[in-house]
Ligand binder design. Structure first.
Ligand SMILES: [Zn+2]
Length: 517
């Protein structure tokens, strides 16, 4: 019998397949971009020929490659160009002024200085900076400071002028302009105006962004991530064309599923979620942002219901951004409304973040078949802030992953990068231990097993964009996307999970990252 030969074999490996019937294996045969065979025996001569590359894993652990089910890739790439003013780099507004001064000294007058990652909670002054602070650093350069959440920005005076914001400016829908009490002039602090600013002030130049995308792709592969879902609400046809270009030119290596913002709904007619293996690009859910501005729901419930029903009727997948209990409730109501109107199984509508989820809400979501894409790594990166700021009733249901899984909700994980670092192992650590980087424990009753945590970043992430038949576990015929780890996440002491390292990443049957190189 003519037996196909593998071009790559991983032997002597401790393989965690995430397949129910054969959870462990020893050898993986790969041909082209796919897994040819998974075996519990050592390498067989039949399937390896003289041209076969054999990697001896020396007993190390092989898992399916990671999949980030919710992130913002171009923004993450841009963040790599930014001056970091996050808690790791500055501890006061004064430090921040020094960092901006340093950046200004290195750039010609008039060029933009972009800083990111600030978080007022960690600043000695315990307040947001204003334009007055930034003007002390420079008035010869426009400065844009982005909050860690991405939902607040601070501009200095030249940047405010370039953005066309002055005493007369009206707030765009969903936005809020803080003002000096006496003069009414904007004090530089802006909430919910990310899109407004993106349209008005110079983004990174194309070449600059191209280079940053390449860097971002390499960082993700080094973290074992071979697939991402871009969840940016502003994603439109222009962004789609950019992604096609980045993929065609080979500038961004990981596989991409791009969600579209609801504004593009009409152009998506008849376009079901898909993924094209040849280009490495696909389109995913339709993103709806739900937030609360000054205590009222945006968009209002009726509009939200209409939008969700519209997406549902077109047989598209809805992804509703809902963080707080009230917005999660609004998202659930909207989906229940849509499903009542047109019952459908297998829709896979999903809630993004669902940061506060009571047991009753988890049961409702399970009943209607809605999934959740949440962010365990937020516990690692912001856990101590939650403990000091969140009211007890919220803390009780914060990132309630165990409650959701027990209720039968399909839960996947995303990093929300650049909001948090994209390293999945930090998220897995936090999902299992519920510990922040500082060691504090957040809602320990919501801890889950390492196996379930691994699934959030692999098979469940694949399911969240209809790709579980192609990826997310190690099985014959699936894409050959694998990661070699320096330890077994299911065996190590949970405290060790955060120290695990990706030693090699294989994507589409090729070694795309190796620690040794
Ligand atoms: Zn997001």
């Amino acid at each position: 019998m003519d037996c196909p030969k593998a071009h790559l074999v991983l032997r002597n490996a401790n393989v965690i397949t995430l397949e129910l019937r054969h959870p462990r294996a020893r050898t993986i045969y790969i041909q082209g971009g796919r897994i040819l065979k998974v075996s519990s025996k050592d390498i067989s001569r039949d399937q390896a020929g003289p041209g076969t590359r054999v990697i001896d894993c020396a007993g190390k652990t092989v898992i399916p490659a990671f999949h980030d089910a919710h992130c913002h890739i171009p923004a993450y790439a841009e963040s790599l160009l930014n001056t970091d003013v996050g808690p790791a780099s500055v501890s006061s507004i004064e430090d921040m002024v020094v960092r901006v001064k340093e950046a200004a000294a290195a750039l010609p007058a008039g060029s933009w200085i972009r800083c990111a990652g600030y978080n007022e909670f960690y600043l000695n002054e315990k307040r947001h900076p204003t334009r007055h602070d930034l003007d002390r650093a420079t008035t010869a350069h426009p400065v844009k400071l982005t909050h860690r959440s991405g939902h607040a920005h601070v501009l200095n005076s030249p940047a405010l002028a370039l953005a066309g914001l002055d005493n007369e400016s009206e707030e765009p829908p969903g936005g809020m302009i803080e003002r000096d009490l006496e003069t009414g002039h904007p004090n530089g602090l802006l909430y919910g105006m990310g899109n407004y600013l993106a349209q008005r002030i110079a983004p990174a130049g194309d070449n600059e962004l191209d280079a940053a995308m390449t860097r971002a792709g390499r960082v993700l592969l080094s973290l074992g991530i071979t697939m991402v879902q871009d969840a940016s609400p502003g994603n439109d046809m222009a962004r789609w064309s950019r992604f096609i270009e980045w993929k065609r030119k080979g500038l961004f290596a990981p596989r991409v599923v791009m969600m579209f913002g609801a504004v593009e709904l009409d152009s998506l007619q008849g376009r079901q979620p898909f993924y094209d293996k040849a280009t490495g690009l696909g389109s995913g859910a339709v993103k709806i942002m739900i937030d609360e501005v000054r205590g009222s729901l945006n968009p209002p419930q009726q509009d939200l219901n209409r939008l969700a029903a519209d997406i549902h009727r077109r047989r598209l997948q809805a992804a509703l951004h809902a963080v707080e209990e009230t917005t999660v409730e609004a998202a659930a109501l909207a989906l229940e409304h849509a499903l009542r109107e047109a019952p459908l199984k297998g829709h896979r509508h999903r809630l993004e973040h669902c940061s506060v989820c009571t047991p009753a809400m988890a049961r409702r979501l399970a009943r209607m078949g809605a999934g959740v894409v949440t962010n365990p790594a937020f516990i690692y990166f912001s856990g101590e802030r939650y403990l000091s700021e969140a009211p007890p009733y919220q803390l009780k249901s914060l990132y309630a992953i165990n409650t959701m899984l027990e209720a039968g909700v399909r839960v996947a994980a995303g990093s929300d990068a650049p909001v948090a670092n994209p390293d999945p192992l930090k998220g897995i650590y936090a999902a299992v231990t519920r510990r922040a980087a500082t060691g504090q424990v957040v809602t320990p009753g919501e801890a889950i097993s390492a196996l379930d945590a691994l699934k959030l970043y692999t098979i469940n992430a694949a399911y969240s964009c209809f790709r579980e038949k192609q990826t997310g576990s190690i099985a014959k015929g699936k894409w050959a996307d694998l990661v070699i780890l320096n330890g077994d996440p299911l065996q190590v002491n949970p405290e060790e999970l955060k120290h695990l390292k990706v030693e090699m990443t294989v994507m589409d049957g090729e070694v795309v990252y190796s620690e040794a190189i």
